[in-house]
Design a protein. Structure first.
Length: 306
């Protein structure tokens, strides 16, 4: 996405650049806050971890929520059909049509999505995020904006941190325009994708980094595979294979069996902070655009987001 297109989407120049976020002197403090918020969101809930924390599963839930916020019943092209969801998923190239069908069925069976005939045309089936999904998404967004509030306390992120439903709905509607940029930036982060492409990978990585940040033997930490697997609803073997893959990518060094001593290598710290900065950059872009759209609507001007 060109800079001019980003400015058109946001309604002016971005407030923050990716470089200044990534180079912020308090980035390690922001990282600790983010790890705490992310693990707080999923700890003690292995069912939700298994259901949502993997690239394909997460994107089905996330993109469905974004597209639903932009639905206009009078405009068929905005309807959240399975076909439209698959079209947006194809930007990320992370799941096959058959895989997406299975994920949708699972999300419907667990109360995160509904699939019903459209009122305007009963031949067309429409996906609809439930309040359960929306509430989780508000919590998820607050966790991801929290590090921005650490780095930039002069900016007001209360509407997301307070989980304002109206602001959240508009935020997600505006997020539709950012999907191409988000896909491009996410796929440019191979180390992030290594964890993201494994079930529970993102929270296993978060637990590993937080343990290392707090360990007396920093940057090494003890993360017993069996304990971590039980906590996040995956097997000991799954955790071990994930960390073996991370070691092959020069992200960690395994010094003892069973996760008793895992050393975090410099590349892992740098790549995690890069991925976190990308997320913060995207969230601030959308936050600023949402604030501007809210002010425009409050002044009696129509809010149009395409």
């Amino acid at each position: 996405m060109e800079q001019a297109e980003i400015e058109r989407l946001v309604g002016g120049p971005p407030r923050l650049s990716l470089a200044e976020i990534g180079d912020h002197p308090r980035i390690s403090e922001a990282r600790e806050v983010f790890l705490d918020r992310l693990l707080g969101l999923y700890s003690g809930d292995p069912h939700t971890v298994r259901l949502l924390i993997e690239s394909g599963r997460f994107l089905v839930y996330h993109i469905a929520g974004v597209l639903d916020a932009g639905v206009d019943p009078a405009r068929r092209e905005t309807w959240l059909t399975i076909t439209r969801l698959k079209q947006e998923m194809s930007r990320f190239g992370l799941a096959s049509d058959r895989h997406i069908d299975g994920l949708i069925a699972r999300l419907c069976s667990t109360g995160f999505l509904d699939l019903k005939p459209a009122e305007q045309d009963r031949r067309v089936r429409i996906l609809k995020p439930t309040e359960k999904l929306k509430a989780h998404d508000r919590d998820w967004l607050a966790a991801h904006v929290a590090p921005l509030a650490v780095l930039y306390p002069e900016h007001d992120y209360r509407s997301v941190m307070d989980r304002d439903p109206q602001f959240h709905s508009l935020y997600r509607r505006i997020s539709i325009g950012v999907l191409p940029l988000a896909a491009s930036l996410l796929l440019s982060l191979p180390d992030t994708m290594l964890f993201f492409n494994h079930a529970a990978g993102a929270v296993v990585q978060a637990e590993l980094l937080r343990a290392a940040m707090r360990a007396p033997d920093h940057p090494a930490a003890a993360v017993p595979y069996a304990d971590v697997g039980k906590r996040f609803g995956v097997s000991l073997t799954h955790v071990r294979q994930l960390l073996i893959a991370a070691e092959a990518a020069s992200l960690v060094r395994l010094h003892a069996r069973g996760g008793r001593r895992v050393e975090i290598l410099p590349r892992q710290w740098a790549s995690y902070d890069r991925g976190m900065a990308v997320g913060m950059y995207l969230h601030d872009l959308v936050y600023v655009a949402t604030e501007r759209a809210s002010r425009g609507a409050g002044a009696g001007q129509p809010t149009v987001v395409r």
